[in-house]
Write a protein that binds this ligand. Structure first.
Ligand code: SF4
Length: 386
């Protein structure tokens, strides 16, 4: 390797691009210890094994795909000896495995129907993601939600209850919340505003929101006023023609110019360090040069760029497209780091929470920008920079 990354960081990118195979004995130990499945098996980017590769510091978090179709040619293998290790290129890397929470096996009742709790909330590492809307009012070619699930609003009291359950989970207790999931229909925007307000007020844990831009540019300020901690407004695709093809409803309704104006205003109202935007990259999505233009656009506005390597979901129109390569990940990460450092904006590739970086290309670099497992989850960036 000729890049500036550590062996553990390069291993993470290798796992993203190639996946991991699992030694049957390691699988047996995992299932014995945690009494359940090894993975959440939902979105393409979160359906792998959740692992923390030990590096003598804060660790390198990785979500490693292991389904046979994706990972069969991988040279990385999860094994178990005295503890879990990844064997790759003649080296053994000790890892901490992150189990699927125990509450994922439980269910709740809505009307006369029984639903699994995972239908309301899912914990990845230390963050529980709740989804007020099942399915989605929009359609994007890389996302499984509109293709797999029928549109439905979920009871807000149950959403609050799952946050409480996730907080107390014996295997993987959550310490912050992300409200995300499908986009509401226009007629349901008032309802979801009530959900945001209710959960931000009642949740025992800090609440972040991930949502598309609204046509009211002052909306992020309102979210801040009701107690939302951080906002994610995802650009996803920088090239406007590709955005019209892959995310047609969003591109038609809002457009890139408005998105960037909205993000700039959000940073202004919520502060640098409290607004992030995810970009999905890989040549199946758009040319890397265009991704990097998008990163520059975000960083210029003080917005944290979140680099999400494209991994095809088998239930979407992009199921046969190539995933982002390891080389693309290296280029995008190193160039994004340079863009951030040249900007003096204070931002770096996100998310700031190290554990939540398990499915993004970013690494805790020892600076106070990033939030480790022992740090306060809501640490303001200005205090960190001081
Ligand atoms: S708007 Fe979001 S949730 Fe809806 S289809 Fe697109 S990516 Fe998926």
């Amino acid at each position: 390797m000729t890049n500036a990354l550590t062996a553990e960081q390069n291993l993470k990118l290798y796992l993203f691009a190639n996946g991991i195979t699992v030694d049957p004995e390691a699988e047996e130990v995992w299932r014995d210890e945690f009494k359940g499945p090894m993975s959440l098996n939902e979105y393409a980017s979160t359906s792998g094994l959740c692992l923390k590769i030990e590096d003598g510091k804060d660790g390198v978090w990785a979500n490693a795909p292991y389904i046979h179709e994706f990972a069969q040619a991988s040279q990385a293998r999860l094994a178990h000896d005295a503890g879990f290790v990844i064997q790759h290129a003649g080296i053994e890397y000790p890892v901490e495995v992150v189990p699927v929470p125990a509450y994922h096996q439980q269910s709740y009742t809505d009307g006369d129907k029984q639903y699994p709790y995972t239908n309301l909330g899912v914990t990845h590492t230390d963050r529980v993601r709740v989804s007020p809307i099942e399915g989605c009012a929009w359609r994007c070619d890389f996302c499984n939600l509109p293709y797999e699930f029928k549109y439905r609003k979920k009871p807000m009291e149950e959403l609050l209850r799952v946050i409480g359950v996730a907080t107390e989970d014996v295997q993987a207790p959550a310490r912050h919340v992300l409200i995300s999931g499908g986009t509401p229909r226009k007629s349901d925007e008032g309802w979801i505003d009530e959900v945001y307000e209710y959960l931000a007020d009642q949740s025992p844990l800090p609440v972040d929101v991930m949502m598309p831009a609204r046509d009211n540019i002052a909306y992020p300020a309102w979210l801040g006023s009701v107690g939302v901690n951080m906002l994610s407004v995802n650009l996803e695709i920088s090239d406007e023609e590709r955005a019209r093809q892959i995310t047609p409803v969003k591109a038609k309704m809002l457009g890139k110019r408005y998105y960037l104006d909205y993000i700039e205003r959000a940073v202004n109202d919520l502060g640098v360090g409290n607004v992030q935007s995810l970009i999905v990259f890989g040549s199946s999505v758009e040319p890397i040069e265009s991704t990097l233009e998008g990163v520059q656009d975000l960083v210029d506005r003080g917005c944290i760029p979140v680099l999400s390597p494209f991994r095809p979901d088998p239930n979407t129109p992009m199921e046969r497209e190539e995933p982002a390569t390891q080389e693309e990940m290296e280029i995008v990460y190193e160039t994004a780091m340079k863009i951030c450092s040249d900007s003096n904006s204070g931002v770096k590739p996100g998310p700031r929470c190290n554990a939540c970086s398990h499915n993004t290309v970013s690494f805790h670099d020892g600076s106070d920008f990033y939030i480790g497992k022992e740090d306060a989850i809501t640490r303001p960036l200005n205090a960190a920079a001081a």
